[in-house]
Design a protein around this ligand. Structure first.
Ligand SMILES: C[S@@+](CC[C@H](N)C(=O)[O-])C[C@H]1O[C@@H](n2cnc3c(N)ncnc32)[C@H](O)[C@@H]1O
Length: 404
């Protein structure tokens, strides 16, 4: 591979914004990709993937390059040189790469690879937390997998098409996909591609949604005609999936504390041809009280640390803080207590997170079931999904039923 100067500059500019200005990697990359209309798909994927790679391996590369935060441009060029050297890319004779100690870089890499927190490039606190919650063996395997690039998975919108038809349409656009056993509506891209520019996407024939996340709507066992509350709906990935499983029949009430997120759901729903839903912003306890014991199904897709989805959000390794995880555990407890009240007797409740930590998952469910509110519920089953076992995002889901 030959390095092109303007593409490398774009990566360095992006890293400055992500590391020093605290901007989100996906947003920064999106805007970097608009920089030069002449860039082809290879150039764009170089910028996106190199930036993500250096974000993912920040701690390891900074340690090897012997640079400290806040990084200046020279520091970032040194980290870039580490990235290129470890990838086996020949460094051009630009001033930034003069005197790059190639052999020393490889030696430092071998040395640091013996220590998990450097090898997996994670903060000390995260390594301790993972170890404490999952134990050495599980944590070591999972965090290694969380550093791999995630596949692109589509969820076919069965309101508008079938898996086979969509596969053929995408094939005509040069995008090859395959079915995934055990995931009814999923298509996996054989190679990364920008699927958002396809006519099939604009026509609402699919959404991008990880395979693990696609299991949640099925787990809740929604049926056409039911009254379903999606309490933490956000931009509605799971609302849309449930609507298609319900064949647009019945009612889904999508709630969130942020109106801006629900507005995105509205746009997606229009594209998907979903119309069996209403939206409610949770700005008081009123919308919850109004639905007391009214819902056949309630989904709590709870806010969480996101430690199961580091593959697609590598900058979360640097943005997350242990205090935030403590706070979010409190929110998880609250939402379980409050939102479970909407399930009617005989109705079902799913609590889900994209975390792999027991303290956000099964321990929360156990605490809920022991509480006074939880006395009205019985535990049916749960599923703990680890990326290193499934190949998809780390996830948790628990199914409960209201008995009285
Ligand atoms: C895991 S995300 C939801 C993802 C979404 N269900 C999907 O499938 O695309 C969690 C959501 O919970 C929302 N949230 C945070 N605190 C909340 C609360 N107390 N009540 C309701 N929603 C909350 C966040 O705004 C966020 O959209």
């Amino acid at each position: 591979m030959r390095l092109h100067r303007n593409l490398c500059y774009a990566v360095i500019d992006g890293l400055l914004l992500i590391f020093n200005e605290g901007q989100y990697a996906d947003k920064v990359i999106q805007s970097l990709l608009k920089r030069d209309k002449r860039w082809g798909s290879r150039d764009r994927s170089f910028v996106a993937e190199t930036t993500y790679d250096i974000v993912r391996w920040k701690r390891l590369y900074a340690e090897i390059a012997d640079v400290k935060e806040p990084f200046d441009r020279d520091n970032l060029w040194r980290m870039f040189a580490v990235w290129a050297t470890l990838k086996g890319i020949k460094l051009p004779d630009w001033k930034y790469f003069q005197n790059t100690p190639t052999r020393k870089i490889k030696g430092r890499f071998d040395e640091l690879s013996k220590i998990r927190k450097y090898r997996e490039s994670i903060p000390d606190w995260m390594d301790q937390l993972g170890l404490q919650e999952l134990g050495e063996e599980l944590w070591t395997k999972e965090i290694a997998k969380q550093n791999e690039q995630a596949d692109v998975i589509l969820r076919v919108n069965t309101l508008k098409t079938t898996k086979e038809k969509l596969q053929n349409l995408l094939f005509d656009d040069g995008i090859e996909t395959e079915f995934i056993k055990g995931y009814d509506s999923a298509l996996k891209l054989k190679e990364r591609a920008n699927v958002f520019v396809t006519k099939a996407f604009k026509d609402g024939l699919f959404e991008v949604q990880d395979a693990s996340s696609q299991l949640v709507a099925d787990f809740l066992d929604v049926k056409p005609g039911m009254k379903v509350v999606d309490t933490c709906a956000g931009a509605g990935g799971k609302t849309l999936h449930m609507a298609s499983l319900m064949d647009n029949k019945g009612q889904i009430i999508a709630m969130d504390i942020y109106e801006s997120k629900l507005k995105k759901l509205k746009v997606r729903a229009r594209r998907n041809g979903v119309h069996n839903f209403d939206m409610r912003v949770i700005d008081s306890t009123k919308p919850i009280k109004k639905l007391y014991k009214k819902a056949d199904r309630v989904l709590i897709d709870a806010p969480c640390s996101g430690l199961g989805v580091l593959r697609r959000n590598p900058d979360a390794k640097w943005k997350l803080e242990p205090e935030f995880i403590d706070k979010i555990r409190g929110t998880q407890e609250d939402v379980l207590q409050q939102y479970s009240s909407m399930v009617k007797p005989g109705g079902k409740l799913v609590y889900a997170t994209c975390s792999i930590l027991p303290s956000e998952n099964q321990n929360q469910v156990a605490k809920f079931l022991k509480s006074e509110t939880g006395q009205d519920f019985k535990f049916i089953k749960d599923q703990k999904i680890f990326a290193h076992e499934s190949g998809y995002d780390g996830f948790y889901m628990a199914l409960m039923e209201r008995t009285k």
